[in-house]
Design a protein. Structure first.
Length: 558
């Protein structure tokens, strides 16, 4: 017998009812009752009453159908009351009137059996009538005793079930209390001034979350809170010094508020997070602790999908919706962030600072992904990343190359006011929602080669100081390049514009280019417009420029 079948037998009410019916039927067959004669008389009585006629059958079937509907509704109501994750049945006390009803029912059955048997005894020959009466009384008493035994068996089973139920609750409460104690102890270890103790706390929390799914989001929140603590990477100036636009008074108030809040929560944690400058060794130890926290977050958010799109990593914390957990790293200082091939429900990196390469390659953000005001000091890898919700990159700063090759934006993509000081590579990117690059500055190469814009594309007042390549891109809705400034070469060869939904009339193109209808263009007859130079003096740049080729080679090598 499999484990599932045994669990069904243990928890099913129908199995218990079937066992009771079989036991009652077996006991009744041992009684000296002429069942054939009884069945014959019952059939004759039903025939006399008209049960087997049309109206009688309709009444019988209607009653059975009504009973089935009532039972189904009751079962559905009970099923809806169960919890989606863990069912904890409510233990109800046995009501006194249930005992009275059961006793009356047993007495009624025994009395009816005695009355019927006495009637049969009266039909016996006179010399056998006293013996028949005694047998009738004995049979009725035996039937009553059997019914009492069945009730006793049911009550004993209920008592055993209550004992097992209480034991399970006791064990569950003990396990939950133990998990709470482990979580508290591990959280206290993070406040230690010794790096090995903090590392032990991180790994203890990881083990606790692996065995207790209900604690996983809380543990990730704690790790993120640790990474949000004030910290300055080695060789990097303090955040106050790197932001000269902030007034001195605001700097002092901000620093004092952060330190006071940290000291109120955990004084030793403030020292561990870098506010105390006791030496380079201690600072390096804190750096390793932060690296460990980053690795654990990525490890538990990396599903390692198989060819069918199913997660195969047993350490993946899928969360309630199976898409990962929520990450809150707003304002965090992150070094060598490696979050590639991961999955997160929502992610908040607002005003965070990334030192060293930041990898988000082929990561799935199933909710909002907020990078507003964040700064990437080195390469930012978003190649093949899937943004299923809104992607906020407005006023972000990319000091190194930004790779969005093959990225997919299902929702709005907001790059308003973003600064790209290196290569901005959106090769074969797909924008299903609005793509807003209003006021964006591209100081390096802006590569939108073969990008696909299904929603409105706004490049209004954007500044492109390096070569800009939009070759073979497609705009399915409005494309706005109003007051965009191209300070270097711009390539728009092969750009197609969808002519429906007023996209053609509402679009604004850069100076020197215009869109016109085309009768036939790669099979898109009478549906597309093609972007062409205003005059015929445009240089043929289908093969690209040395600057573009060297930039592509550099990005590929990285």
């Amino acid at each position: 017998m499999t484990r599932r079948a045994w669990q069904w037998l243990r928890d099913s009410t129908w199995a218990l009812l079937a066992a009771v019916v079989l036991l009652a039927g077996g006991l009744l067959t041992w009684l000296p009752i002429p069942w054939a004669t009884l069945a014959n008389q019952l059939g004759q009585s039903l025939a006399v009453w008209g049960v087997f006629r049309g109206p009688g059958l309709a009444t019988l079937f209607g009653t059975v159908l009504l009973a089935m509907i009532v039972v189904a509704r009751m079962l559905t109501w009970r099923r809806q009351r169960r919890s989606a994750e863990e069912r904890r049945p409510t233990v109800r006390p046995l009501r006194w009137w249930w005992v009275v009803l059961i006793a009356l029912a047993i007495a009624a059955v025994a009395g009816l059996a005695l009355w019927w048997l006495m009637g049969l005894a009266e039909q016996s020959p006179p010399k056998d009538e006293p013996k028949a009466r005694i047998d009738a009384v004995r049979t009725a008493l035996t039937l009553g005793a059997g019914l009492v035994g069945i009730v006793a068996l049911v009550l004993t089973s209920r008592k055993q079930w209550l004992a097992e139920h209480t034991q399970r609750h006791t064990e569950s409460d003990a396990a939950e209390q133990r998990a709470t104690e482990l979580y508290t102890a591990a959280a206290e270890q993070l406040a230690s001034d010794k790096a090995p103790v903090r590392l032990a706390g991180l790994y203890a929390l990881s083990r606790l979350g692996q065995n207790n799914p209900t604690y996983r989001q809380t543990i990730v929140d704690l790790w993120c809170a640790y990474l949000r603590m004030p910290y300055t990477p080695p060789g990097v100036e303090s955040p106050e010094e790197s932001n000269p636009d902030l007034p001195d008074q605001d700097k002092t108030e901000q620093n004092s508020n952060n330190q006071q809040l940290l000291l109120d929560l955990a004084p030793t944690l403030a020292e561990a997070a870098g506010l105390s400058l006791d030496g380079a060794d201690k600072h390096q130890q804190e750096r390793q602790v932060r690296f460990t926290a980053q690795r654990l977050i990525a490890h538990h958010q990396r599903p390692n999908w198989d060819e069918h799109g199913q997660p195969i990593n047993p350490a993946f914390w899928a969360g309630e919706h199976g898409t990962g957990l929520d990450l809150n790293l707003a304002g965090a200082i992150l070094e060598h962030w490696k979050f590639h091939r991961c999955s997160a429900r929502t992610a908040d990196f607002t005003e965070s600072h990334f030192y060293g390469p930041a990898e988000f390659t082929k990561t799935h953000f199933h909710g909002s992904a907020e990078f507003a005001g964040s700064q990437f000091q080195d390469r930012a890898g978003f190649g093949g990343t899937r943004f299923h919700g809104i992607a906020k990159f407005f006023w972000s700063l990319f000091h190194g190359p930004a790779d969005f090759t093959g990225s997919l934006f299902h929702g709005p993509a907001d790059f308003t006011g973003t600064r790209f000081h290196g290569i901005a590579n959106f090769f074969r990117s797909l924008f299903h929602g609005p793509a807003d690059f209003t006021g964006t500055r591209f100081h390096g190469i802006a590569k939108f080669f073969r990008s696909l814009f299904h929603g409105p594309a706004d490049f209004e007042r954007s500044g492109l100081y390096g070569p800009a390549e939009f070759t073979e891109s497609q705009f399915h809705k409005r494309a706005n390049f109003f007051r965009s400034q191209f300070h270097d070469l711009a390539y728009f060869e092969g750009v197609l514009l969808w002519l429906e939904q007023d996209a053609f009339s509402e679009s604004t193109w850069p100076e020197g280019w215009t869109a016109c209808e085309t009768e036939s263009c790669d099979g898109h007859a009478d549906r597309w417009g093609k972007l062409v130079p205003v005059d015929d003096t445009a240089i043929d740049t289908t093969e690209g420029t040395p600057e573009l080729k060297s930039a592509e080679s550099e990005l590929t090598n990285e």
